[in-house]
Design a protein around this ligand. Structure first.
Ligand SMILES: Nc1nc(=O)c2c([nH]1)NC[C@@H]1CN(c3ccc(C(=O)N[C@@H](CCC(=O)O)C(=O)O)cc3)C=[N+]21
Ligand SMILES: [Mg+2]
Length: 316
């Protein structure tokens, strides 16, 4: 039986982070010569004590420092009101040491995420969630591109190169943070794009038509082997924590991570596939650093370092 190529997102992300660290060091020395502060700074705001969010925020901070950038972490209590969070974001907008701002989602129920995101200066919106950046992407204009779709695109470019052109791509999921921006990027890469979702009729049949399948629905192992076109490239965005496969371990409360794709089944059909963990997740963090570097360069009128991929087009 055939075996898919496993797309090593972890290694790709580490390589990107190494290259970014070199560019950050270059930028810092350029700034020192010109008397400018060209040290990229990323502010991450966490409201509340969601354990998963705490883990993500910690690994983002570590990655930021490892790349030679400044990390500013702001932790606010679960009871924080919207006005307080908006005031913090406004302060970060004005702070010249802060080039990127990320407000960790989800936010507690008393805070409307749309209001907070609308407050972020679009030039510092390294998540690419602001309406201005979402609109720019939808119109094919330069802007900040959401990290997860950007990372998926880089992996696809690595596997397929120019073969992306004209391919049938299906995005499963229509979220504003993954599905929709992913579809825009695939369209910009000259794919023929379908967005499928919970109301799509004959979903397995739709999936089977796709040369490129991007699963981002948040449903553990929903995409089965027989939903996949033989040889297709599969990008699994899902990160679902489920009880451990071994019932004894599950009884002790142990969990494991699975994607939106049934990996073992997909392995026998797909041409290439991202694993979970070790696929898209690490790319999200690497692209956050890339966006922070891009934002810093644009804010200071400095050209993007040559070997850093152009985020807008996700060229290799
Ligand atoms: N404003 C905002 N921006 C985000 O980008 C954002 C957010 N809020 N809220 C939560 C989600 C989730 N997210 C992940 C980042 C890295 C991994 C990651 O590195 N995963 C590893 C390890 C996973 C693990 O072991 O738990 C992997 O897939 O291999 C996963 C998920 C960013 N998010
Ligand atoms: Mg700075």
């Amino acid at each position: 039986m055939s075996q898919a190529r496993i797309i090593d997102g972890k290694a790709f992300a580490q390589n990107l982070r190494d290259r970014l660290a070199l560019q950050v060091a270059d930028l810092r020395s350029t700034g020192a010569k010109g008397g400018q502060d060209l040290v990229p700074g990323l502010a991450v705001v966490l409201v509340g004590e969601n354990p998963a969010s705490q883990v993500y925020v910690r690994s983002k901070g570590q990655a930021t420092v490892a790349a030679g950038m400044r990390s500013f972490e702001h932790k606010l209590p679960d009871t924080t009101d919207q006005a307080t969070l908006v005031a913090l974001v406004e302060k970060l907008n004005r702070d010249p040491a802060v080039n990127g701002i990320l407000v960790q989602l989800p936010l507690p129920a008393q805070i409307d995420p749309a209001v907070v995101i609308a407050t972020i200066d679009p030039a510092k919106d390294v998540d690419g969630f602001h309406v201005e950046n979402a609109g720019r992407l939808a119109l094919g204009l330069p802007g900040m591109v959401p990290c997860t779709p950007l990372g998926c695109m880089m992996l696809l470019r690595d596997v397929l190169g120019d073969d992306l052109r004209g391919k049938r791509a299906l995005v499963l999921g229509r979220s504003t943070i993954v599905g929709r921006p992913m579809a825009s990027l695939l369209l910009a890469a000259d794919c023929t794009v379908t967005i499928a979702h919970s109301r799509t009729q004959d979903l397995p049949e739709e999936c089977r038509r796709a040369d490129i399948l991007v699963a981002a629905v948040g449903r553990p192992e929903m995409v089965r082997g027989d939903w996949i076109k033989p040889g297709a490239t599969v990008i699994d965005v899902g990160i679902n924590r489920v009880p451990h496969a071994d019932p004894a371990a599950a009884a002790e409360g142990r969990t494991r991570l699975v994607g939106d794709v049934h990996f073992a089944e997909a392995m026998t059909v797909a041409g290439a596939i991202t694993p979970v963990p070790g696929g898209v997740g690490p790319m999200t963090i690497a692209c956050l650093l890339l966006n922070t570097l891009t934002a810093t360069c644009r804010q200071n009128g400095v050209p993007l370092p040559g070997s850093v991929p152009e985020a807008d087009t996700a060229a290799p």
